[in-house]
Design a protein around this ligand. Structure first.
Ligand code: ATP
Ligand code: MG
Length: 452
C-alpha cells in the first residue's frame, strides 16, 4: 500500500528517522488518503519524546507538550507531532488522568477510537493496520478498536464521533459498536456543551442527515437534544404532511443538500441549523382541529423561543443564535403581497437573512405533500420576487438609511428625546410605503406639516 505523502510530511518523517526514531503519518490523514479524499491536515506520531522532537526542528510551538504534542512549522503550515502514548485511566467518561509515553506504535494505535482511525503509514514501513481499518473503510463500517463498551466508557465523546463519522462517510455502525452506544448513551451527560455542539453540528452539516434518526433510535438525542426526540415522535395527521416532524426535518435538510450545495459556508451552516430547528415547537403546539386534522398554530413564535433555549444551552454565539431565530420565526409566514407589507417583513427579518429564508422556505415546501401546492408555490414566488426587487432597489429599511437624521429634525425645532425617535419612526413608516419619499426636502416638508 502506497500513500502519497506531502513533501513537508515526508521531510519531517525522514528527519526523525535519520536521527534514529520511528515516525508515521497517523489517523484521519491515512484514512482519507486511502479512501481517495484530500486530508484536512496531517498528524504524525513518533517514539521521539517531545523535547527530542523540539531539538530536531527549527520552528516549533508547544501546543500540548504534557500530552506529547509539539507543532512543527514548515513555511506557513504546521504539523502536529505526538509521541506514542497510552491514555491513563479515565475519569468522568471523559478525562484520562494523565498520559504515559510508550515506545510501541501498536500501543498508540490501540488507544484510538475506530479501526478506520487507527492506521499509521510511512514510506519506510508501509501501512500499519493492526485492526483491519482498511477493510472496514472499504466495507463502510465504523467499528470501535477493541471492546466498544470499554472504549465508550473511557470517553463518551466517542459515541458522538461514531455517529458523526458514519454521517460524514455514509457508513454503517457495526453491531457491537452500536449496542454499546445504546447502552452508554446516558453517559453523554458528562460531556461539555461545546463538544456536543461541535459534534452535532458536524452531523447536521454532513451529507447523511438521516443519521439523526439513528441518534434518536440509539438514545443519544434523548440526552443531548431531547427536543429532537419529541419531533421524531410527533405524528402529523394533516393533508400537508406525510411524515412525523423529525423525518420531515430530515427531508428539508436533504433538499438543502441537493439544491444549495454551492452557497457560502457560513450561510450553509446557518441554514442547516435553522432547518434542524424550524419545527422544534410543533410537538408542544399540536392540537386536533374540528376538521379532524392536526394543527400547529403558533409554532414559529414558540419555535423562536425554544431555538434560543437550545442554542444557548449548547453555548452558540449570539450571531448564530440571532440569525437562526429569525429563520425559525419567519419560516412559515409570507407577508401579504404588497411592497409596503413586504418591506416591513424584511425590517423584522433583517435584510441579510433573506437569502437563507427563501432557501429554507423552498426546502420546507418541497418536503410537504402536494396539497394546495400551486397556491403555496405562487405565494412563495411572489414573496421572493417582491423582496428581491426591494433589496435590488436598495429601498431603505432602517432609520439609518433615511435621507434625514435626528440633527436635521432638531434644526427644524425638534427637541431631543423620545419624541425625536417617534418622529423619525413616522418618517420611516412613510418611506416603507413609498421609497420615493426618501429625499431630504420631501421628508422635511412632511415633517413640517406633520404637526404631531
Ligand atoms: P477529521 O478529518 O475530522 O479531523 P480525524 O480522524 O483527523 O478526522 P481528529 O479529531 O482530528 O479526527 O483526531 C485525530 C485522530 O486522533 C483520530 O483519527 C483518532 O485516531 C484519534 N482520536 C481523536 N479523538 C479521539 C478520541 N476521543 N478517542 C480516541 N481517539 C481519538
Ligand atoms: Mg484531524
Amino acid at each position: 500500500m502506497q500513500i502519497t505523502v506531502p513533501k513537508n510530511v515526508r521531510t519531517i518523517i525522514e528527519t526523525l528517522e535519520k536521527n534514529g526514531f520511528e515516525a508515521y503519518a497517523v489517523g484521519g490523514c491515512v484514512r482519507d488518503s486511502i479512501s481517495g479524499t484530500v486530508p484536512n491536515d496531517w498528524d504524525i506520531t513518533t517514539n521521539a519524546l517531545p523535547l527530542q522532537v523540539k531539538s530536531l526542528f527549527r520552528r516549533t510551538i508547544d501546543i500540548g507538550i504534557e500530552h506529547g504534542t509539539v507543532k512543527v512549522m514548515m513555511g506557513r503550515d504546521g504539523y502536529e507531532i505526538t509521541t506514542y502514548r497510552i491514555d491513563g485511566d479515565y475519569e468522568d467518561n471523559r478525562h484520562p488522568n494523565g498520559v504515559t509515553f510508550t515506545s510501541d506504535l501498536l500501543e498508540d494505535l490501540r488507544r484510538r477510537d475506530f479501526t478506520i482511525n487507527a492506521m499509521a503509514y510511512s514510506d519506510r514501513s508501509g501501512l500499519v493496520d493492526p485492526y483491519h481499518g482498511r477493510e472496514d473503510l472499504a466495507a463502510g463500517i465504523i467499528r470501535a478498536v477493541g471492546d466498544p463498551g470499554e472504549r465508550f466508557s473511557e470517553d463518551a465523546l466517542r459515541i458522538l464521533r461514531a455517529l458523526r463519522f458514519s454521517a460524514r462517510f455514509g457508513f454503517e455502525i457495526e453491531d457491537a459498536t452500536k449496542e454499546a452506544i445504546r447502552q452508554l448513551a446516558p453517559t453523554l451527560s458528562n460531556i461539555s456543551a461545546e463538544r456536543i455542539r461541535e459534534e452535532l453540528e458536524k452531523l447536521v452539516l454532513s451529507d447523511n442527515p438521516d443519521r439523526l434518526r439513528w441518534a434518536y433510535e440509539l438514545g443519544v438525542t434523548a440526552v443531548i437534544f431531547p427536543e429532537w426526540d419529541k419531533m421524531m415522535e410527533c405524528e402529523q395527521e394533516s393533508p400537508h404532511h406525510f411524515t412525523d416532524v423529525g423525518d420531515h426535518t430530515i427531508e428539508v435538510i436533504k433538499y438543502i443538500i441537493d439544491n444549495y450545495s454551492d452557497i457560502p459556508k457560513e450561510n450553509a451552516r446557518i441554514l442547516r441549523i435553522a432547518a434542524l430547528l424550524h419545527d422544534i415547537a410543533k410537538p408542544v403546539k399540536k392540537f386536533r382541529g374540528t376538521d379532524g386534522a392536526d394543527h400547529f398554530t403558533g409554532h414559529p413564535e414558540e419555535g423562536e423561543k425554544m431555538s434560543e433555549i437550545f442554542l444557548k444551552r449548547l453555548k452558540y454565539d449570539n450571531n448564530t443564535t440571532d440569525r437562526v431565530k429569525k429563520l425559525v420565526r419567519y419560516h412559515d409566514d409570507c407577508p401579504e403581497p404588497t411592497y409596503g407589507a413586504t418591506r416591513r417583513f424584511l425590517v423584522n427579518l433583517g435584510r441579510d437573512n433573506l437569502d437563507d429564508l427563501i432557501r429554507l422556505k423552498y426546502a420546507d415546501l418541497y418536503a410537504h405533500t402536494k396539497y394546495r401546492w400551486d397556491e403555496k408555490m405562487h405565494t412563495l414566488k411572489t414573496f421572493e420576487e417582491m423582496s428581491r426587487k426591494i433589496i435590488d432597489d436598495k429601498d431603505p429599511l432602517t432609520v439609518k438609511e433615511l435621507a434625514v437624521n435626528g440633527n436635521d429634525l432638531m434644526k427644524e425645532g425638534a427637541s431631543s428625546g423620545p419624541a425625536l425617535g417617534q418622529a423619525l419612526g413616522r418618517l420611516m413608516d412613510l418611506v416603507l410605503d413609498d421609497p420615493a419619499m426618501n429625499d431630504k426636502e420631501k421628508l422635511l416638508g412632511y415633517y413640517r406639516g406633520d404637526g404631531s
